[in-house]
Design a binder for this molecule. Structure first.
Ligand code: SDX
Length: 393
């Protein structure tokens, strides 16, 4: 029967999986991590505590948190020989191309955490990825601008360390503004996990074959890069710049509604949310805070974004199709104000989501019933037929 097809159990165990990590109610615009609402975590928690929550299922005690943070902090440096890996790329390589390669290459340097049958080695691999992916992202950025790599520092917290690795230079002291570090940490938290999105499903499918964790996360990074997914934050800011001033908003709204025009409003719409993406609400608040801090009042891009949101939400098309701003709509405004080029927006999404991918990877590998994923299809091709010799064609 066209359109109705069943999955074999193997596929079900990876595609429509059971999970206890994240819950989304798309109609209510609700996002819970292990039962805790994202707006509470963004306001009261911080990224490494959310990492612990996603990995282990409960909020840590003070001692557990200190031990976890020390463990992550002491694994932020990457193998010195990996530096050569970066030098093989052209300077203008997109940082996401470097991240896909470098994270996958971690399997060549950290053999002792690729035995996925060992729960302890799975945990070590999880910690290594959470600790090292920001270093790789920062190095990809430094390489792209021709500046020397900046080593991680153990005296800085996770977000401050990332900002320092990106913006410090050997020639002078770089002190990370604590409010910028807080805004960076909040962006990490808002992107940490999101149930079975395309890149997480990619990681789950890759891990169902028994592939090593670094290869699985590299597959997730590759999938996230697409403009319909994690690449939307870069595409959204580029769209806002193309719109330029609010008077051009109607032109772009009309294009987004035109079925003959492939243009879509970047940062709008979602496969699951048919209400506000709760992350977008928090991100919008952060945008105001960060820009005020930076003294970037009346940021023209933020002003255009707010006018665009207002115009789209007032338009019947977007209301009927239940299209609302998503996590990517305001994040680019903040990241650009912090000094990042648009090419670094998706790498920042990727480093934030590494904990979500690896938590779901760990959960799946902990399932003794897990089988290899084997997507099925609805075959619409030719029925069986005999070969025809070329002379007779
Ligand atoms: C992320 O899955 C996740 O959880 C992802 C994510 C995560 O944290 O992992 O949340 C991160 O990927 C967020 C989404 C980022 N992408 C973008 O912002 C790109 C722009 N948005 C879209 O391309 C789109 O909204 C998708 C890809 C996100 C969803 O596309 P769908 O599956 O087509 O959405 P839909 O089924 O709800 O669309 C309903 C209708 C369709 O029109 P009709 O076929 O009914 O005529 O709305 C249209 C769509 O064409 N539509 C849009 C639109 N998004 C959907 N029209 C104009 N502009 C848009 N942005």
């Amino acid at each position: 029967q066209a359109g109705v097809f069943t999955y074999d159990p193997g596929f079900t165990s990876t595609a429509s999986c059971d999970s206890t990590i994240t819950f989304i109610d798309g109609d209510k615009g609700e996002l819970l991590h292990r039962g805790y609402p994202i707006d509470q975590l963004a306001a009261k928690s911080h990224y490494l505590e959310v990492c612990y929550l996603l990995l282990y299922g409960s909020l840590p005690s003070a001692a557990e948190l200190e031990h976890f943070e020390n463990t992550i902090t002491r694994h932020t440096m990457i193998h010195e020989q990996m530096h050569n890996f970066f030098r093989g790329f052209r300077r203008d390589a997109h940082p996401m191309a470097i991240m896909v390669g470098a994270v996958g290459a971690m399997a060549a340097f950290y053999h002792d955490s690729t035995d996925i049958s060992s729960p302890r080695e799975r945990e070590i691999a999880s910690h290594r990825l959470i600790a090292k992916v920001p270093t790789i992202a920062a190095m990809a950025y430094k390489y792209s601008i021709g500046q020397p790599f900046v080593y991680p520092r153990n005296d800085l917290d996770y977000a401050a360390n990332f900002l320092h690795m990106c913006f410090a230079v050997p020639a002078e002291e770089y002190n990370v503004d604590p409010i910028l570090a807080r805004a960076m940490d909040r962006i990490f938290t808002l992107h940490a996990d999101h149930e079975q999105n395309a890149s997480t499903s990619t990681v789950r499918l890759a891990s169902s074959s028994g592939a090593n964790p670094f290869a699985c996360i590299a597959a997730g990074i590759a999938c996230l890069w697409g403009p319909a997914h994690g690449g939307a934050n870069q595409a959204c800011l580029e769209m806002l710049k193309e719109i330029g001033t609010p008077d051009r908003i109607p032109e772009f709204i009309a294009r987004a509604k035109d079925k003959n025009d492939p243009f879509r409003l970047m940062g709008f719409g979602h496969r699951v949310y048919k209400n506000f993406d709760p992350r977008a609400t928090v991100m919008k608040q952060s945008a105001d805070e960060v820009l005020d801090l930076l003294g970037v009042e009346n940021n023209p891009i933020l002003a255009t974004a707010k006018e665009l949101e207002k115009a789209a939400l007032a338009d019947d098309y977007f209301a009927e199709k239940k299209l609302f701003p998503n996590v990517d709509f305001y994040s680019g405004v903040i990241l650009e104000a912090m000094g990042f080029p648009t090419s670094m927006f998706t790498p920042i999404f990727a480093l934030s989501r590494t904990v979500g991918w690896i938590s779901q990877w760990k959960e799946q590998l902990g399932d003794p019933q897990m089988k290899i994923g084997r997507p099925r299809q609805l075959y619409l091709g030719e029925t069986v037929r005999d070969y025809v010799d070329i002379e007779k064609r």
